[in-house]
Design a binder for this molecule. Structure first.
Ligand SMILES: *[C@@H]1O[C@H](CO)[C@@H](O)[C@H](O)[C@H]1NC(C)=O
Length: 276
């Protein structure tokens, strides 16, 4: 239905042809579902002599209610530079509001995007790496640990400052986080009143021995994602025996300076190559 194959045949000669060889091929705004917000940009490897089997699904941040895929184009470029043979699918998802919260519709969107990607590469078994930023990382982890359980599409999950456990006392009951989390949980944004909602939207609730290898990056001065998050995360992954690697950089909610960012991208690429 939403196959890009027809698109690629028509468009590719114009975007890849001629003098500009290293230019990346991008198929922008492919509809993976019927909603106007269900669009993804497909970044194709420039080498089409090899079989493409590895896909990175990129999820932008913005506290579940804001942001768009274009915000993370620099991150896509950093991934592309280190992982030239991966297909990169940078997806929008339906933004959450108090009246129409992100949970669970944003997880459904990820599922729909995977169905679209599988249909687009029909004779290949795709190996999916999820890369999410902040709220996007939360969705990537919740999808990989809960929705994907027993399915196994997710081979690697990358959390770039993603919240992982809302039952953490550093989140639960702290008034600062209520408006931030509202686009995800709607009116159930009060942890004391709705402990179950906060529990079932926490990726760590579903982490199991079957969870995919996980790599995460956090800032030691991050106010949006308290330091205790990575501690709980690391303990749980260790206890379960899930391959994991966590790094804490000096600074806030991402963007920790050129040296640290280079270190992060290098670590992500090595981890993806190892497990995807
Ligand atoms: C959280 O949810 C999980 C999965 O539904 C359940 O097994 C667990 O008991 C819940 N924990 C709490 C504290 O409610």
């Amino acid at each position: 239905m939403y196959s890009w194959k027809a698109v690629i045949v028509l468009v590719l000669p114009f975007i890849s042809g001629g003098h500009c060889q290293a230019r990346e091929r991008v198929l922008p705004n492919l509809p993976y579902g019927p909603d106007a917000e269900q669009l993804l940009d497909l970044h194709l490897p420039s080498d089409d002599t090899i079989r493409w089997t590895k896909v990175i699904v990129v999820l932008h941040g913005g506290a579940w209610g804001m942001g768009k895929k274009e915000d993370v184009n620099p991150d896509v470029a950093s991934l592309r530079a280190r992982l030239p043979d991966y297909v990169i699918a940078n997806m929008d998802y339906r933004l959450g509001t108090r009246e129409s919260p992100g949970f669970p519709k944003q997880l459904d969107d990820i599922q729909l995007a995977l169905t679209f990607l599988k249909a687009s590469f029909p004779s290949t078994t795709l190996s999916f790496t999820f890369f999410g930023v902040s709220a996007g990382a939360h969705l990537a982890m919740l999808y990989s640990y809960a929705w994907d359980r027993g399915i196994g599409d997710a081979k690697v999950v990358v959390s770039y400052v993603g919240p992982v456990d809302f039952t953490d006392p550093a989140y639960c009951g702290v008034i600062l986080y209520r408006p931030i989390i509202e686009p995800l949980l709607g009116s159930e944004n009060n942890c004391q009143e709705y402990p179950d909602t906060w529990n079932v939207t926490s990726p760590l609730t579903y982490a199991s021995t079957e969870s995919p290898p996980t790599i995460g990056f956090y800032g030691n001065l991050d106010i949006l994602v308290p330091n205790s998050q990575m501690v709980r995360f690391e303990e749980k992954m260790f206890e379960l025996g899930v391959p994991h690697e966590f790094t804490r950089y000096p600074g806030g909610h991402g963007d920790w300076g050129e040296i640290n960012m280079n270190d992060m991208w290098t670590k992500i690429a090595a981890f993806a190559e190892l497990y995807s």
